[in-house]
Design a protein around this ligand. Structure first.
Ligand code: SF4
Ligand code: MG
Length: 336
């Protein structure tokens, strides 16, 4: 399978009165065609900044993509002008947000917001676009879609708005859909329905999805692979099965601590871990988790561990996995 998206060594910072906040510090990951990658981590870990970078939505200034590449079908989006990005956004890469009202236009009927995308991006005629829009509303589970076409967003309930937003995003048949906490505001039943719809659509349209969430139940149900972020870095990646059943990074162990194995029905969210993440105005030299890790060694505080391949996609950045880890042979200068 080919990579639709490849993020390579991405660094993003924000200028503040107190200095540069280094929000994303060398992030690497890939998204294959038709797969769902979940990005998990505590708030402030850089997951939203990463997705906004992909969409070209980092306000510059105060934000700045300092280095790295975002290869979308081989084209580096970090080099695109705003004009070029406008052609990518909505059409090739679409984003759905936690709060649908931030992306729905309150002054335009829901039907028009869908047909606009169809006419503009799929070059359909008016009648054809209208017919397809009704189909899309039906597909995302909106009852009597014909009569809903002429209504405005405020006529829709929260769950219906979320569905409408997904229909609008998908009307353009994007190759990549980025969903940033798409269902957190909704009740569990509606969440499940929407996620099922997203999965159906993914299969029908071969869309790739980046799902940003702190809901591990959602991850277990919908993702193929998971990237765990901490303090602006990806600390572990693997299949859902590997991350849930065989996590290798102490931070992931902490997150998974409350989840009883890969339980598809569990609705657990990330468990709070004692302590706080490091200040990204002055990120630590060594492992960013060292201050909260009960396994931290001397070396962890001074040197950032390199990413070690466990198998296939399973990778982790932790000194415990280093071939010379004290778990294998303890060199004296590491411990103590
Ligand atoms: Fe803990 Fe050290 Fe591994 Fe960081 S590198 S997670 S501090 S053991
Ligand atoms: Mg966020």
């Amino acid at each position: 399978e080919e990579n639709l998206l490849e993020v390579r060594d991405l660094h993003v910072s924000f200028h503040t009165y107190n200095g540069e906040v280094q929000s994303v510090r060398g992030v690497d990951f890939q998204v294959k065609k038709g797969e769902t990658l979940a990005i998990v981590g505590e708030s402030g870990c850089g997951k939203s900044v990463t997705s906004q970078s992909i969409m070209g939505l980092i306000p510059q200034p105060p934000g700045k993509i300092r280095s790295g590449e975002i290869l979308f079908e081989g084209r580096d989006l970090t080099r695109f002008s705003e004009k070029q990005m406008e052609k990518v956004r909505g059409k090739e890469i679409a984003m759905i947000f936690q709060d649908p009202m931030t992306s729905l236009n309150p002054t335009m009927t829901v039907g028009r917001q869908i047909t606009e995308g169809l006419e503009k991006h799929q070059r359909l005629g008016k009648a054809e676009a209208r017919q397809k829009a009704v189909e899309m509303l039906r597909l995302v589970g909106i009852p009597s879609p014909e009569s809903r076409m002429n209504q405005y967003p405020h006529h829709f309930s929260g769950g219906m708005r979320q569905r409408a937003m997904i229909a609008i995003a998908l009307a353009c048949a994007p190759k990549l859909l980025i969903a940033d906490e798409p269902t957190t505001a909704l009740d569990v039943t509606i969440q499940a329905q929407i996620l099922n719809r997203m999965n159906d659509l993914k299969k029908q349209l071969d869309t790739s999805i980046i799902l940003i969430t702190h809901d591990l139940g959602v991850v277990a149900e919908t993702a193929d692979r998971v990237a765990v972020m901490y303090a602006g870095k990806v600390v572990e990646t693997g299949t859902v099965e590997e991350i849930f059943n065989r996590p290798r990074h102490p931070y992931t162990w902490g997150l998974m601590g409350s989840v009883p194995r890969l339980d598809l029905s569990s609705r657990e969210t990330l468990r709070p871990i004692p302590g706080t993440p490091p200040d990204l105005l002055q990120p630590p030299q060594g492992c960013p988790f060292a201050g909260r890790c009960q396994y931290a060694m001397k070396i962890c505080k001074t040197q950032m561990p390199e990413t070690t391949e466990i198998s296939g996609f399973h990778r982790t950045a932790c000194w415990l996995e280093h071939p010379m880890s004290p778990a294998v042979t303890p060199p004296n200068e590491w411990v103590g």
